[in-house]
Design a protein around this ligand. Structure first.
Ligand SMILES: Nc1nc2c(ncn2[C@@H]2O[C@H](COP(=O)(O)OP(=O)(O)OP(=O)(O)O)[C@@H](O)[C@H]2O)c(=O)[nH]1
Ligand SMILES: [Mg+2]
Length: 424
């Protein structure tokens, strides 16, 4: 089963809360603050694992959460950092934001990794808020929430070698001869509907991934047959093995077939048509193939296209073909990323605006994550905490922003449930 499109939810760990705590020692009535910081939440990290070839793992598991940081504790004990959650994907996985459809990552190289949800920072404990004038702060910061989002993972198979050709020429049979993959083989057109992948182990101590791609027919680029969906699957192969039925038992001419398929490729993508190609002239066990192979070689070898006579039925002729493929793969540059990844400086990824101010009926309403964070860490009944709050408003530029909007002493400011008069 080839799963190539899944939607999943990821959430990074929340930061642990900072602790409010005071030293308790015998004979010392009022110990200093010793609340430790909360630990940071773990990130959600995607890593390429070349041992994987499908997105099958995501069929049954769609929710992924990294560990949260632990809360800080007394005696200046810091909360433990949450562990990162590692999600392994096959090379060729494109990751989009499900909401915006933007490409966040296009993971192609072995071991490549990308953090797609950052853990929340741990909150500071009250020990961090002590100053010479405020010796006993009775407040600490809450940990920040970890990022969360829905993602769409799409696998554009990266096979080193893709088998292309008309339906029924023996692509799946060849894959089954060369790899442990067991695709369905049958004497009718379009037996294969989604690509099969297998690992070819060669005598040369090298192995590579081969994909058997559904049959292409004339007009595929216009949606005839199975349409262009599967042409898309070959976009990321490094070499195309063009399989021809040399026996011509279906009444077609293999030389013509060669050109027909290549015209089809050309119409779909110029780049694809440029991909290095070798010909596997299959069904050589059928006598009528002898005459055709002579013509094929004559026609194609002057164009620099190598022709390998093979028979999947008798497993003959593959040594030469594999030797050539290994040699070509060695010489070709590795596959680079194909999709335009989102530029990480893109505005969509800049931090959310920390706060916004609106004037509603003369009231200055301030909202946003900065406000939520601030109010989450402030104790309104505590004088020092309120002082801290006011300083934080100034430091984060909220006071300046209010002034820019024309606020006067005595005007009302509203922040979530909190309402107060503005007095400098
Ligand atoms: N005589 C002979 N028959 C073959 C050979 N290779 C494949 N066949 C037969 O050709 C038919 C089609 O083979 P498949 O491997 O299913 O062909 P395919 O290219 O994958 O076909 P689609 O998936 O429909 O595009 C089957 O009946 C195979 O047994 C061969 O080398 N010699
Ligand atoms: Mg097939």
């Amino acid at each position: 089963m080839f799963v190539d499109l899944v939607k999943i939810y990821i959430k990074a760990g929340d930061g642990g809360n900072g602790a409010v705590s005071f030293r308790r020692e015998k004979y010392i009535p009022a110990g200093g603050p010793d609340g430790g910081d909360g630990g940071d939440g773990g990130n959600v990290v995607f890593v390429v694992n070349t041992g994987k070839h499908t997105l099958m793992d995501f069929r049954y598991r769609k929710h992924f959460k990294a560990q949260s940081g632990e809360d800080g504790r007394g005696k200046n004990m810091y909360g433990k950092r949450g562990e990162d959650l590692i999600i392994e994907v096959p090379p060729g996985t494109i990751i989009r934001d499900a909401e915006t459809d933007k490409i966040l990552a296009d993971l192609t190289k072995p071991g490549e990794r990308r953090i797609l949800a950052y853990g929340g920072k741990g909150g500071k404990g009250n020990a961090k808020f002590a100053t010479s004038t405020r010796q006993a702060p009775r407040f600490a910061r809450e940990g920040q929430k970890g990022e969360e989002r829905w993602l769409v993972l799409e696998l554009k198979s990266i096979a080193d070698v893709g088998l292309i050709g008309f339906p029924n020429v023996g692509k799946s049979t060849i894959l089954s001869v060369l790899t442990e993959s067991r695709p369905k083989i049958a004497n009718y057109h379009f037996t294969t509907l989604t690509p099969n992948l297998g690992v070819v182990k060669t005598r040369f101590d090298k192995s590579f991934v081969m994909a058997d791609i559904p049959g292409i027919i004339e007009g595929a680029h216009q949606g005839v047959g199975l349409g262009i969906d599967f042409l898309r699957h070959i976009e990321r192969t490094r070499i195309l093995v063009h399989v021809l039925d040399a026996s011509g038992v279906e009444g077609r001419d293999p030389v013509e077939d060669f050109y027909t398929i290549n015209r089809e490729l050309e119409t779909f993508s110029k780049e694809l048509a440029q991909r290095p190609q070798v010909v596997a002239a299959n069904k050589m066990d059928i006598p009528s193939a002898e005459e055709n192979i002579r013509r094929l070689k004559e026609e194609l070898e002057i164009k620099g296209i190598k022709v390998f006579p093979v028979s999947a039925a008798t497993a003959k002729g593959f040594d030469e073909l594999l030797a050539e493929l290994v040699k070509m793969l060695d010489e070709l540059p590795p596959l680079e990323s194909f999709e335009d990844e989102l530029d990480w400086s893109d505005e969509a990824f800049e931090e959310e605006k920390p706060f916004e101010i609106e004037i509603v009926d003369g009231v200055y309403v301030v909202s946003g994550p900065a406000i939520d964070r601030l109010l989450g860490s402030v104790n309104l009944d505590d004088y020092e905490s309120m002082q801290y709050f006011q300083r934080a408003l100034r430091k984060q530029g909220i006071i300046d922003a209010l002034r820019d909007m024309g606020i006067d002493d005595g005007d009302t400011v509203q922040m979530n449930d909190l309402e107060f008069d503005f007095i400098e």
